[in-house]
Design a protein around this ligand. Structure first.
Ligand code: UGA
Length: 442
């Protein structure tokens, strides 16, 4: 089948590539000509395991192509995906200008029936707005005869495992009341709808809300666990034991109950805020969501407070080794990353940071390269040299079994602040470290 994807960001690029890899003919449209020139050579702008090889293979096979030519894109696909960004507005609500611009573009160029699919995370009611926009442009063109449907088909991929998530989705949500659109999308997704039925068809507003409900539920689990961790610390309990104890109940489960330094990334913070704003617009007080957000903001500051207490508020002139800049492992993404909140607080207090991350060094350079209170180090060992303490913010695999003797030798004092509970407090005590973690006894 022929499909067009507008937007070559995380979602669009992965979606276009896996559809091509499944045998469809895919045209990806973007306004950024430089980015497309890179993509055409198989150079991808994000770190995402497995994606580069797939892009190259499908370019070579002629099933995937990149263009700035929107008219060509609209002419190509019976299905037109909108996968452009929805950045937060100043008040936290999703900014729909890019989504609506694509809708307008599709309407300006279409000359045959089209199924327009919202892949971007968009507030409830957006499909209606897209439909209205397309309808108005078609009317202006005198082409009301052209039929179209706007479908909500939210994406649930995770950064770092995006390819696998897309190729083996646990569900394919289709929001439309048009049975023809359902059948076309069933055919398009047939290569991914194996083993058991994964398509869940519902009305368009429910599909839009499903995406927010999923992310907000996951964010709620994390904030809840962070709250339990803060309580455990103060009550003399161990959150890791509690985590195992509650995860054993299948109604709770082991997933997404890891306490830490707060959730980051481009999705959870943005989506929780956007749903709070959506609720406000209809005069509904989303109390749970507000608490989730407040707990997360507070959680991002907990490591700093522990550091401050340990050094009795005297941080000026101190140097901290920081392991992990990305908001989670297997990505180079630092959007809303807890590392940023921590570094900015340390700098504010007059401290220096020596940082290392396996993938996010370029991104850190882009964000903070001009600062002289930040040294970006080539290895995790180099970050330790002469530092007053080690702080761990992201749970990269390579941080799980480090050379503790070397750490003790390089630091001026053997103290570790671990925001991800990577080590056992008992083992750390035996090794002679002062060890702070999350929700456990120091
Ligand atoms: C998230 C969702 O997991 C995806 O299903 C969704 O498609 C995506 O948002 C999106 O809306 O596009 P992602 O932002 O890539 O994916 O990252 P996650 O793996 O979900 O992690 C989010 C944050 O939660 C990270 O900062 C992570 O460290 C934190 N986290 C996760 C915890 O603190 N504890 C946990 O137990 C799990």
């Amino acid at each position: 089948m022929k499909a067009t994807v507008f937007g070559t960001g995380y979602v669009g690029l992965v979606q276009g590539t896996i559809l091509a890899d499944a045998g469809h003919e895919v045209v990806c449209v973007d306004v950024d000509a430089d980015k497309l020139a890179q993509l055409e050579q198989g150079i991808i702008p994000i770190y995402e395991p497995g994606l580069e090889a797939l892009v190259k293979a499908n370019l070579a096979a002629g099933r995937l192509c990149f263009t700035t030519d929107a008219a060509l894109g609209v002419a190509h696909g019976e299905v037109q995906f909108i996968a452009v960004g929805t950045p937060p507005d100043e008040d936290g609500s999703a900014d729909l200008q890019y989504v609506l611009k694509v809708a307008q573009t599709i309407a300006e160029h279409m000359s045959a029936p089209r199924i327009i699919v919202n892949k971007s995370t968009v507030p409830v009611g957006t499909a209606d707005r897209v439909g209205q926009c397309v309808g108005e442009v078609l009317a202006k063109r005198g082409r009301d005869d052209l039929t179209f449907d706007v479908v909500s088909n939210p994406e649930f991929l995770k950064e770092g495992s995006a390819v696998a998530d897309c190729q083996k989705p646990d569900r394919i949500i289709i929001g439309t009341e048009n049975p023809e659109s359902v059948e076309v999308l069933r055919e398009l997704y047939a290569p991914f709808n194996r083993n058991h039925e994964k398509m869940i068809v519902m009305d368009v507003r429910s599909a839009e809300l499903t995406k927010y409900a999923a992310n907000c539920m996951l964010a709620t689990k994390i904030s809840f666990m962070n709250e339990m961790a803060n309580l455990a610390e103060r009550l003399g309990a161990d959150i890791e034991a509690v985590r195992q104890g509650i995860g054993a109940d299948p109604r709770i489960g082991y997933h997404f109950i890891y306490p830490g330094v707060g959730y980051g990334g481009s999705c959870f913070p943005k989506d929780v805020q956007a749903l709070i704003r959506t609720a406000e617009e209809i005069d509904f007080d989303a109390r749970v969501l507000k608490a989730v957000e407040a707990r997360n903001a507070q959680q991002k500051t907990t490591l700093f407070h522990k550091i401050q207490r340990h050094f009795r508020g005297e941080l000026s002139g101190k140097t901290f080794a920081l392991w992990g800049l990305a908001f989670k492992p297997n990505t180079d993404d630092m959007r809303e990353a807890p590392s940023r909140v921590l570094m900015e607080a340390l700098w504010q207090a007059g401290a220096r940071v020596q940082a290392y991350d396996p993938e996010a060094m370029e991104e850190a350079q882009r964000l903070y390269g001009s600062r002289d209170d930040l040294a970006l180090c080539g290895t995790k060992e180099a970050a330790l040299r002469g530092a007053d303490a080690l702080v761990i913010v992201t749970e990269w695999k390579s941080f799980r079994a480090p050379d503790f003797a070397l750490i003790a030798q390089q630091l001026s004092e053997p103290v570790i602040f671990d925001g991800r509970n990577l080590y056992s407090p008992e083992r750390m005590a035996i090794k002679g470290f002062t060890y702070y973690s999350v929700g456990r006894q120091a």
